[in-house]
Design a protein around this ligand. Structure first.
Ligand SMILES: Cc1cc2nc3c(=O)[nH]c(=O)nc-3n(C[C@H](O)[C@H](O)[C@H](O)COP(=O)(O)OP(=O)(O)OC[C@H]3O[C@@H](n4cnc5c(N)ncnc54)[C@H](O)[C@@H]3O)c2cc1C
Length: 260
C-alpha cells in the first residue's frame, strides 16, 4: 500500500507577519518558511507505517511553487520517498476546495491507500482541505488523531472529541487522517539522509496533467481583504496598598474585561 502525505509550507510561527499593500496577502520577502508543524506529524506517521511494513512507499503531495522545494527536500530527508508538487497559474487564487480537487486528482493517480494530513495549516487555519479531499475521493475521514493502528485494510484511530475527551474510531481503508500533536515525535534529518534526499524525485504536475481545467479550481470562497488584529493596548499598572489594588483589579476584571 502506498501512503500519501499532504504537506504545505507555512511562515515560521515566529515570523513577523506584514499584510501587503493590496491587502490580499502577506509580504513574503523576510518570511522564514517551514513545514506546517501538524504536517510533520503526518510525515513521521507515514514513515513509521512504512518502516513497520504497513506501507510500501511514502509519497508527498503539495500545492505550491518552486520556493517550497527546500521544505520538500527536508521531508524527503526525513524518510519520504518522492514528491508530487502541483503548480498551475489557476491555483494562485484558488480556495480549499480547489486545492482539494487538485490534490485529490494527484492522489487518485498515484493509487494511494492511506492519506495523512495535518489537522490544520497554521497560516490559513481553515482545517478544511483534508475533509474536502476525502469527499472528492469518496473516502472516510478521521480528524485530529493522536494514535493510529493499521492491520491489513482495517484501521483503529484515537481522535480528540472536544473538551479533552477521546473517541476510538475503527474503519476500512482507504481513508484520510488529520494528525494532531501527540501522535508521534517527528524526527530530524541526519546528514546522510540529507545527501540521499538530493537524488529523490520531485515531479511537478499542472492541472492538465491531472485531468483538470481552471474551472475545477475556481474559488467559490473569495478572499476580499486581509488585515491584522488591532494592536494591543498598553498594560495598566495598579498602585496603592494590597487591599485597594485587589479591589480595583476585581472591579476591572468584572466591569471592563467582563471575565468574572
Ligand atoms: C495568492 C493566494 C490567494 C488565495 N486566494 C484565496 C481565495 O480567494 N479564497 C480562499 O478561500 N482562499 C484563498 N487562498 C488560501 C488558500 O486557498 C488556502 O491556502 C487553502 O484553502 C488551504 O487552506 P489552509 O491553508 O487553511 O489549509 P488547511 O485546510 O488548514 O490545511 C489542513 C491540511 O491540509 C493540507 N494542505 C493544505 N494546503 C495544502 C497545500 N497547499 N498543499 C498540500 N497540502 C495542503 C495539509 O496537510 C494541512 O495540514 C489564497 C492563497 C494564496 C497563497
Amino acid at each position: 500500500m502506498k501512503i500519501g502525505v499532504c504537506l504545505k509550507q507555512v511562515p515560521a510561527t515566529d515570523s513577523r507577519v506584514v499584510v501587503n499593500a493590496t491587502a490580499n496577502g502577506i509580504v513574503t520577502n523576510d518570511v522564514k518558511w517551514e513545514i506546517n508543524p501538524y504536517d510533520e506529524y503526518a510525515l513521521e506517521e507515514g514513515v513509521r507505517l512504512k518502516q513497520s511494513g504497513k506501507g510500501t512507499e511514502v509519497v508527498i503531495f503539495t500545492v505550491g511553487g518552486a520556493d517550497c522545494e527546500q521544505r520538500l527536500r527536508d521531508a524527503l530527508a526525513r524518510g519520504a520517498d518522492r514528491v508530487v508538487r502541483i503548480e498551475d497559474p489557476a491555483l494562485a487564487g484558488s480556495d480549499a476546495l480547489g486545492y482539494a480537487r487538485a490534490l485529490g486528482a494527484a492522489i487518485k493517480a498515484e493509487d494511494i491507500g492511506l492519506l495523512l494530513c495535518g489537522r490544520q495549516a497554521v497560516d490559513g487555519d481553515n482545517g478544511a482541505v483534508p475533509a474536502m479531499i476525502a469527499e472528492v475521493l469518496g473516502w472516510s475521514q478521521v480528524s485530529w488523531i493522536d494514535k493510529l493502528g493499521v492491520e491489513g485494510a482495517s484501521f483503529t484511530a484515537n481522535r480528540a472529541a472536544g473538551r479533552g475527551s477521546k473517541e476510538v474510531v475503527t474503519g476500512t481503508l482507504p481513508a484520510v487522517f488529520t494528525c494532531d500533536k501527540g501522535l508521534n515525535e517527528p524526527r530530524m534529518a541526519k546528514l546522510p539522509d540529507i545527501m540521499a534526499a538530493r537524488k529523490k524525485a520531485i515531479v511537478v504536475k499542472n492541472l492538465a496533467a491531472l485531468g483538470l481545467d481552471a474551472g475545477a479550481v475556481a474559488a467559490l470562497v473569495v478572499e476580499d481583504a486581509m488585515s491584522l488584529p488591532p494592536a494591543r493596548p498598553a498594560g495598566r499598572k495598579l498602585t496603592g496598598d494590597a487591599a485597594t489594588v485587589a479591589h480595583e483589579l476585581v472591579r476591572l476584571l468584572r466591569e471592563e474585561a467582563k471575565v468574572i
